[in-house]
Design a protein around this ligand. Structure first.
Ligand SMILES: CC(C)(COP(=O)(O)OP(=O)(O)OC[C@H]1O[C@@H](n2cnc3c(N)ncnc32)[C@H](O)[C@@H]1O)[C@@H](O)C(=O)NCCC(=O)NCCS
Ligand SMILES: Nc1ncnc2c1ncn2[C@@H]1O[C@H](COP(=O)(O)OP(=O)(O)OP(=O)(O)O)[C@@H](O)[C@H]1O
Length: 198
């Protein structure tokens, strides 16, 4: 089996990556989801549990990494996110490499919030960015009720700005509406299939 065509899907927090990734999945494109990989390594027995215990023992609850405890730690320790990333990112990269090695599909999609930040855009065949207005983004994230405004700002400040992501994208998928995003997803898949069959 030859290497798959790799779509790198990214977008800032709350811009609609997961929703758009599901649209690709519904059209037969297998998905690797970076946030889901973090959930796997944070679960009881996961690869991140012991390394995180070493830097923040109170974040380990019932054998797994507790996100609320991590967020509380981030609130009082400015270097917390950086320390976490040093543990999490290499483990997530290993998870991604396993997925790419094992897949038999001709097209796959990597759903990666930090595609540009970690330089992974250089290893994909097409960079797809989901984007909507900053107002819609903020409203959607705060509506979820899982993050405070301050936590949203901390994460946002760490991410490559939306305008820069748009400028670096091969394709932008607008996520103001479901129908608009679905049309754009159909176009992306048709374009790739055309290229693969040429
Ligand atoms: C900060 C934490 C505790 C927040 O957990 P919570 O369940 O509330 O949110 P969730 O994990 O769903 O993240 C929401 C979104 O925040 C953004 N985000 C998360 N971590 C980071 C980061 N280190 N840098 C920039 N953006 C980030 C992503 O867009 C993500 O989709 C959690 O995201 C975490 O442990 N992050 C560190 C690990 C990491 O770097 N993950 C990024 C993907 S590899
Ligand atoms: N095309 C769309 N049309 C309308 N609403 C959308 C669209 N895409 C996403 N949404 C809504 O926006 C919110 C955020 O979407 P989603 O969870 O997919 O974003 P995300 O980029 O994966 O977020 P995060 O980076 O925080 O993990 C959700 O409430 C979702 O229903």
């Amino acid at each position: 089996m030859s290497d798959p065509f790799i779509i790198g899907l990214t977008g800032s927090i709350g811009m609609g990556k997961s929703t758009t990734a599901k649209m690709f999945h519904a059209r037969g494109v297998p998905i690797w989801d970076a946030d889901a990989a973090v959930h796997r390594i944070y679960a009881p027995g996961g690869f991140a549990v012991e390394p995180i215990r070493a830097i923040c023992p109170e974040a380990i609850i019932d054998g797994g990494v507790d996100r609320d405890a991590l967020k509380a730690w981030m609130g009082r320790e400015p270097s917390a996110l950086k320390q976490l990333e040093q543990i999490v990112h290499p483990l997530v990269a290993e998870d991604r490499a396993r997925f790419l090695k094992e897949t038999e599909a001709d097209i796959v999609l990597l759903d990666m919030p930090l595609l540009f930040e970690i330089g992974a855009h250089e290893h994909v065949d097409l960079v797809v960015v989901v984007s909507a207005s900053a107002e819609l983004q903020r409203a959607r994230v705060l509506e979820r009720g899982t993050m405070s405004e301050a936590q949203f700002e901390t994460i946002l400040a760490k991410q490559v700005p939306d305008a820069e992501k748009r400028a670096r994208a091969d394709v932008i998928i607008p996520t103001e509406s479901i129908a608009g995003a679905e049309t754009a997803v159909d176009e992306v898949i048709a374009h790739i299939r055309e290229k693969l069959n040429a």
